[in-house]
Design a protein around this ligand. Structure first.
Ligand code: BTN
Length: 334
């Protein structure tokens, strides 16, 4: 989108975020454009999956309003507490924060940064799946950081990220948030969040990490329809009212610290936390591998992040695969 149109679209969003009706004329005056241009801008925000009512004689309204993410408060939290992530980019809409950050880093490597978006038109999940990203409904962010660790020393890092997110979110929710190895967070056995870690660099000295996180916040059933598994919203399960901005502040401060700790101690000192945080610990699971499915009992993780599974009394270790709870096979009745 041309930058002028984007600025006007953002201005329109701010105006309509109060949930009240605004006449086409008053918006046109505020944005210094024609009423036809206002109508076109409304189409643009509808493309971001935002519901806008248009009522003759009253104007335009976003029903329920929008609580937009507040950049300054998050910037303040980063500047005060953080060692690694110091810069914040907040975008209204982008194809994917992960793709944006990878390109941004190529152009301008160096300081650790965070890219947050209100909407992604081509959000990416693991294994090439799409990540459904309607405007303002969820949290979508990517962290770009360079660590003085070679690729071979990164085992367990994505689990360390998952553990950190899980612990922070657990301070906010009534029901416990659990981890599903390797990178999903579950609430009430439904997917709450996903993590996508992309690492590049050399095998020995340093690596660039692009850590993408998507957390379902208040997605409407209709918006989440394309998702092929049960999913949950964080907003439905909070101990007290909070905002996406406040949650982002906490998550980014805690993640920064978790990565600093990872640099010092690695993953080994987090291994002991696995039993209480895994949603599948000591349960019968199926591990879906490219050419077969293995069945056994999940019994923990290794210090390199691999999953430990008891298969018929033997401990097997898995470095990849999709884990699911094993469906019960009821004994056949005679
Ligand atoms: C998964 O498949 O579970 C991982 C999902 C990761 C989604 C996040 S949303 C922010 C960042 N940008 C993307 O395009 N993907 C990640």
């Amino acid at each position: 989108m041309a930058s002028k149109t984007l600025l006007r679209t953002e201005k329109l969003l701010k105006l309509l975020s109060d949930g009240k009706f605004h006449s086409g004329q008053s918006i046109a005056e505020e944005l210094e454009v024609s009423r036809t241009a206002v109508w076109k801008l409304v189409q643009k925000i509808q493309d971001w999956q935002i519901t806008v009512y248009s009522v003759r004689g009253r104007g335009y309204q976003i029903p329920g309003g929008l609580a937009l993410i507040e950049k300054e408060s998050i910037e303040h939290a980063l500047a005060t507490n953080n060692k690694l992530f110091k810069e914040l980019i907040l975008l209204s809409s982008i194809d994917s924060t992960a793709t944006y950050l990878a390109l941004d880093w190529k152009r301008n490597p160096g300081r650790g940064r965070v890219c947050i978006a209100e909407h992604q038109s081509a959000g990416r999940g693991r294994k090439g799946r799409p990540w459904i990203s309607p405007f303002g409904a969820n949290l979508y962010f990517s962290i770009g950081v360079e660590l003085p660790l070679g690729l071979s020393a990164l085992g367990g890092l994505s689990l360390a990220v998952g553990i950190c997110l899980c612990q922070t979110l657990n301070q906010l929710t009534n029901e416990p948030v659990k981890i599903k190895w390797p990178n999903d967070l579950l609430l009430d056995d439904k997917k709450l969040a996903g993590i996508l870690v992309e690492a590049s660099g050399d095998t020995t000295d340093s690596s660039f990490l692009n850590i993408g996180v998507g957390i379902n916040w208040d997605m409407q059933r209709e918006q989440g329809k394309p998702i092929d598994q049960p999913w949950a919203n964080l907003k439905d399960n909070l101990k007290r009212k909070t905002s996406r901005t406040e949650i982002l502040q906490k998550l980014l401060v805690d993640l920064d610290k978790a990565l600093v700790d990872y640099l010092e101690f690695g993953f080994s000192n987090l291994v002991a936390l696995w039993p209480q945080l895994s949603g599948m610990y000591q349960k019968e699971v199926s591990i879906h591998l490219p050419n077969r499915i293995a069945h056994g009992k999940e019994i923990g993780v290794e210090s390199n992040g691999a999953l430990r599974v008891d298969i018929d009394g033997n401990v097997k270790v898995f470095h990849s695969g999709e884990v699911s709870l094993r469906k019960k096979l009821w004994p056949k009745e005679d």
